[in-house]
Design a protein around this ligand. Structure first.
Ligand SMILES: C[S@@+](CC[C@H](N)C(=O)[O-])C[C@H]1O[C@@H](n2cnc3c(N)ncnc32)[C@H](O)[C@@H]1O
Length: 249
């Protein structure tokens, strides 16, 4: 079946080499929240679990180890390059209960009532049609199955991303509205963060039992640079920064 999110597929395939190279450093930011979400699944031996937007498969391998003996983990990703890295690592580790599938979570057939659990670490924020995507995930889950994921909040709630974005927008020409579009790669891309994701899961018939909207430390104690960055990007989004020209050194 053709993919619906072709722009995302191109984007992630392009950045895959960099992503794979920086995996260890990415673990420093994504590792802990990812583990907390995974623990919530309370996986048991023999279960089948799907990893949505699995990237280079680190979490898929961890899921696979948690369902031994007898269980299996399937990592699904739209980027063939990311999956190739996952397959290589699985082979190195001799993990026999892992499969990697090149698929678009939104439209590809993930199976019918195939999984006991679904998981994602920052892989459910990129769908052009999030309700269709979560409805597709739901079809692949057996009744009573659990979905647990971790997802960024919107750009304005993530100072680690907001401050660099504002710095760039204040020195380079800014397209009107670009700060609010949340293009590929920004926190909460495409559908703007955790709120739309949870709305979409509910609309797709997945009940939400618990939601922790824990802000990152800098957001909680908003810093002066963070407040300035918010103003800069808010201006850019409303068009008042439309004509900023690149600064000359
Ligand atoms: C931020 S990365 C996270 C990767 C991985 N979960 C991790 O924690 O390292 C997002 C991943 O979602 C994948 N992705 C984006 N849209 C997708 C879609 N519609 N279907 C499947 N995978 C998708 C990307 O290719 C990328 O690997």
């Amino acid at each position: 079946m053709a993919f619906a999110n072709t722009e995302q597929a191109e984007f992630w395939s392009q950045i895959a080499p960099m992503w794979i190279e920086l995996q260890d450093r990415m673990e420093e930011t994504g590792g802990l929240p990812g583990r907390l979400a995974m623990d919530r699944l309370d996986l048991r031996a023999g279960q089948r679990v799907v990893d949505l937007g699995c990237g280079a498969g680190r979490t898929t391998l961890e899921l696979a180890s948690r369902v031994l003996p007898g269980g299996e983990a399937v990592g699904v990703d739209i980027s063939a390059e990311m999956l190739a890295a996952g397959r290589e690592r699985a082979a190195q580790l001799g993990a026999g209960n892992v499969e990697f599938a090149h698929a678009d979570v939104q439209v590809s057939d993930l199976g019918q009532a195939r999984f006991d659990a679904a998981y994602s670490r920052f892989g459910v924020m990129f769908f052009a049609d999030p309700v269709a995507a979560f409805a597709n995930v739901r079809r692949a889950l057996r009744p009573g199955a659990v979905l647990s994921f971790v997802c960024w909040q919107g750009l304005f709630d993530n100072e680690w991303m907001l401050i660099p974005a504002a710095a760039v927008s204040s020195t380079a020409r800014v397209r009107s509205g670009s700060a609010s579009e949340n293009g590929p790669g920004s926190p909460g891309p495409g559908i703007g963060g955790i709120e739309p994701v949870t709305v979409a899961t509910a609309a797709a018939g997945i009940s939400i039992h618990s939601l922790s909207k824990r802000p990152c430390q800098q957001t909680k104690d908003s810093t002066a640079p963070g407040r300035r960055a918010r103003r800069t990007l808010a201006n850019a989004a409303t068009g008042s920064a439309k004509n900023i020209t690149p600064k000359r050194e």
